[in-house]
Design a protein around this ligand. Structure first.
Ligand SMILES: [Zn+2]
Ligand SMILES: [Zn+2]
Length: 441
């Protein structure tokens, strides 16, 4: 495995980051920042009050509350959530312009299940200073508060957060992010493809970065891409988030955000964030008690090649030519993936059974009718209910009511809409295997 350019970790375009620790590419980063600052001046605020409220009001605005545990360079608490969101017009096009520090206000009351999950970690003995978490059910835990972990030394001692994050990823710090979201998204043509990449692909309404399905790691060269919610399941905090080079982000659903936006699953979920193409990302519910359903399914490796399998039950011996079209058939791989259920060792040295659904290549878009709660290949739909086209966060519920992230988790692997010129995100054009070493994506 090899390193992808560090810049891919950073936001590009109009997002500004105060970011360090990026080795060789730090000079590129500062060029990027100075270029962008001058362009921002061209943007005018709109005076049309009627158009301002809709998108702007979805953001969790705060200029008063500061984080208790995550500190800025002066040692003061970072201002949490989003500092401003306003409609601006740039060359005749309306955008919502968002400013955030990237640090959320997550105050979580620990449940029995959460404490149990912490103490049941396979490496609890070394993950925690005492071998178990220092919090109990009923305790209120603030974002970044020490719950007994042996955290990484990266940022954690300087800018706070030691003890809140499991060993592996470093701690997040203030990001000073600016982002533009186009108010009226434009769909890509059928012939145009914009893959989400290993940088921010959107923002949650509390200013936290949205990352895609990947952690940037593969099992073999250019094949068998890890799914972050699987491979990094022991590398996230109690709010299912972690930092890459200081940038806090989510790859998946978190009940912490559900609580902030007041989603109780008793109606269509509210907006949790916005994708870089401007489309909103709603929570997991399509209606009361009904989860939105991903249109992606796991392959059956034992099935015939005509049906998207490899004729090798329990073995990953071929990949799909086109994960959006089973009829395109399968192709050989240089190196087989691990057998279904075989143990693999993650970056944080946790051993996880690579069940079917552990890798990106385990999935295909089933192309079923997009109706009701069923979503399209981008993990979105327009049901004609007035919301317009929107993405959903996807979960599945098992028999005992446990909710698990369901691929592609948030927006699909490809954006539905075009990325505007001033977007912080870029289409991913890389085909290389990426990254090695923490912080993972
Ligand atoms: Zn919906
Ligand atoms: Zn990540």
């Amino acid at each position: 495995m090899k390193n992808k350019e560090c810049l891919n970790l950073l936001f590009s375009g109009f997002l500004l980051l105060v970011i360090g620790g990026c080795g060789d590419s730090s000079s590129e980063t500062s060029d990027l920042i100075s270029d962008e600052v001058s362009e921002v001046d061209d943007v005018e605020e709109t005076t049309d009050e009627d158009t301002e409220e809709d998108q702007d009001s979805n953001w969790i605005i705060n200029n008063i509350n500061t984080s208790t545990y995550i500190l800025d360079d002066n040692g003061d608490g970072v201002v949490e959530d989003v500092q401003s969101a306003e409609t601006v017009t740039d060359r005749g096009i309306e955008y919502t312009y968002v400013l955030t520090n990237g640090i959320p206000k997550y105050d979580m009351t620990m449940t029995d299940k959460m404490v149990e999950n912490l103490d049941d970690r396979p490496k609890a003995e070394t993950d925690f200073v005492d071998g178990y978490t220092t919090v109990a059910a009923g305790d209120l835990v603030l974002f970044g508060q020490d719950i007994g972990y042996n955290s990484s030394s990266e940022n954690c001692d300087d800018t706070g957060g030691a003890g809140y994050w499991p060993p592996g990823p470093g701690c997040p710090y203030q990001q000073s992010v600016e982002a533009y979201f186009i108010d009226t998204p434009t769909d890509l043509d059928d012939s145009e493809v914009c893959e989400t990449g290993l940088n921010s692909i959107g923002l949650m309404v509390n200013g936290v970065a949205i990352f895609n399905w990947g952690d940037g790691m593969t099992y073999s060269t250019n094949q068998w891409y890890n799914l972050a919610p699987e491979a990094e399941q022991y590398d996230v905090d109690i709010c299912a988030g972690h930092a890459a080079n200081g940038l806090y982000h989510h790859h998946q659903y978190t009940s912490c955000l559900a609580e902030l936006v007041g989603d109780e699953g008793d109606q269509h979920s509210p907006i949790y964030g916005f994708a870089a193409d401007g489309y909103p990302l709603y929570g997991p519910y399509e209606s009361a008690g009904e989860l939105a359903v991903s249109g992606w399914k796991v392959r059956d490796y034992g099935a015939s090649e005509a049906e998207g399998g490899c004729d090798t039950e329990g073995q990953r011996t071929c990949v799909l030519v086109d994960e959006y079209d089973l009829d395109a058939g399968v192709t050989e791989v240089e190196e087989n993936g691990p057998d279904i259920g075989e143990d693999v060792t993650t970056l944080s040295d946790n051993v996880i059974a690579a069940d079917n659904g552990y890798y990106y290549e385990d999935y295909y878009y089933a192309d079923e009718e997009v109706t009701g709660a069923v979503l399209d290949e981008h993990n979105g739909h327009d049901t004609g209910d007035g919301k317009g086209y929107h993405y959903h966060i996807t979960l599945t519920e098992d028999d005992d009511g446990t909710l698990s992230p369901s691929f592609p988790y948030q927006m699909g692997p490809r954006f539905k809409g075009e990325l505007p010129d001033n977007s912080f995100a870029t289409c991913d054009t890389s085909t290389d295997t990426v990254v090695g070493g923490f912080p993972a994506r």
